[in-house]
Write a protein that binds this ligand. Structure first.
Ligand code: NAI
Length: 425
């Protein structure tokens, strides 16, 4: 029997970063991966989609995608060639609470990720229907693309395929796109994409697919949309496996592996010998974001090593890479109202920012929510060019408990887009 200090199942951003961090701190790590290192994010998610966003046409995107992915994948392979890491290219299967596919360790991290949730509707198994993974594999641009779901994946693909020249239709069950985003920003983004020619059917639940026809109901009326390709972007589900039962922890097909605030699995711990089992990233269903998985992995390794850290998992920035971007950190105005938290909202607009004008990127706005008295920053919601980078700055302030006054008293380079932050009313 092989022994390690730590077994990790899955080499996505959660798993491989945890492996490298643990190895650098002297732990002997065995990591299992049965597909490609880098996981969904690197191979069929964040990285390929951003390559599409930053390509001028579909042909260039299709050509560049494998090059970018391959370059990054070999970088991850190099990181995993650390002398303290053993990479096993097969599925890691739980034999018991401390043993995975013949390897035993006191500490185990499950980082198996998630996969696309396909709607259980008639016709969903059609040849021209697929998830974002299949859409990224197309070699020919679909003339007409119908996207089911106006969540993060739906909006990012709608934006980029319209740019490439596809005729894009989005069908969304809810009244507005991006339910977790500030409603003002979600509406502005949808209106902008509509102006560019994307058709949105909101409040419309898809019932079935018949060959190239997507059938749904809107305001009591049956509607049919014709498409050459149909993207199902209706959420993702955690990758759980029947052998998890051998580990003894609590999990379910829909919600994934149940964990506590330190990402320790629930229940199964007592069946382990001198160690702990954790689940990080999409498989615990907390926040399906690559950077959330990475930070959860670092936190877990710190726990194993007995290192205290102050990672603020309640301050989790997120971005939607449409053109322009939308990004946020902290609760929306609606959520603050629902929670009865008193707050003030401060706004500014890209059109008054010198750099935005020079870049011809005047479409955009910033909203900062603060506590009324002290002005402590609670959240930021940004729509416009480089929104993700602007939100990143506010994330640092919120993490450190800073106020709007402290943000305003910080010298900002002129001319930069981030000056929109100090220009808020
Ligand atoms: P999502 O949960 O964000 O959106 C799915 C949408 O589909 C919802 O708005 C829902 O109302 C709609 N829907 C469900 N059933 C429907 C039906 N029958 N007819 C019409 N509409 C229907 O899921 P999405 O976009 O697939 O993303 C999955 C996960 O991946 C999310 O957790 C997301 O945060 C993450 N992700 C994050 C990215 C980023 O941070 N930039 C990029 C891509 C994915």
């Amino acid at each position: 029997m092989n022994c390690s200090d730590l077994i990790i199942i899955g080499a996505g951003p959660g798993g491989y970063k945890a492996a490298v961090y643990a190895a650098k701190h002297g732990l002997k790590v065995t990591i299992f991966e049965d597909v490609n290192v880098g996981g969904t994010c690197l191979n069929v998610g964040c990285i390929p989609t951003k390559t599409y966003v930053h390509s001028k046409d579909f042909k260039e995107a299709v050509e560049r995608q494998p090059q970018v992915v391959e370059a990054l994948r070999s970088g991850v392979e190099t990181l995993l060639s650390h002398p303290n890491i053993t990479l096993i290219r097969e599925k890691g299967v739980f034999i018991n609470a401390n043993t995975v596919s013949g390897v035993t360790a006191p500490n185990i991290i499950v980082a198996t990720g998630s996969s696309a949730k396909m709607l259980p509707i008639p016709g969903a198994d059609g040849q021209n229907v697929g998830s974002s993974t299949e859409l990224l594999g197309l070699k020919e641009l679909p003339k007409r693309l119908c996207i089911i779901g106006a969540g993060v994946i739906g909006m990012e693909f709608a934006s980029v395929f319209q740019k490439f020249g596809s005729e894009v239709t989005v069908v969304e069950y809810l009244k507005e796109c991006l339910p977790m985003v500030d409603s003002d920003i979600a509406k502005r983004l949808r209106k902008l994409l509509e102006k560019r020619g994307i058709t949105f059917y909101m409040g419309a639940g898809v019932k079935s697919i018949d060959g190239s026809t997507v059938l749904f109901e809107q305001k009591g009326k049956e509607v049919a949309v014709e498409a050459d390709y149909i993207l199902m972007a209706t959420g993702r589900k955690p990758n759980v496996s029947p052998d998890f039962a051998n580990a003894g922890f609590e999990y379910d097909e829909r919600k994934g592996i149940a964990v506590d605030e330190h990402f320790r699995t629930l229940n199964g711990q007592s069946s382990m010998v001198n160690g702990q089992c954790f689940a990080i990233g999409d498989v615990n269903g907390r926040q399906m974001l690559a950077h959330a998985a990475e930070m959860q992995g670092i936190h877990v390794v710190n726990r194993i090593l007995g290192i205290e850290d102050k990672i603020r998992f309640d301050v989790m920035p997120a971005a939607i890479f449409t053109e322009p971007e939308a990004a946020c950190v902290g609760p929306t105005e609606d959520q603050l109202k629902e929670q009865g938290v008193p707050f003030e909202c401060h706004k500014s607009f890209y059109r008054a920012n010198g750099k935005a004008l020079a870049m011809n990127e005047t479409e955009g706005m910033v909203k900062l929510c603060c506590e009324p008295e002290e002005g402590k920053l609670l959240s930021a919601h940004v729509f416009g060019a480089h929104a993700a980078d602007i939100v990143q700055e506010v994330t640092a302030y919120i993490t450190l408990g800073a106020t709007l006054r402290q943000l305003r008293e910080t010298v900002h380079i002129h001319p930069t887009l981030s000056e929109v932050l100090i220009e808020v009313n």
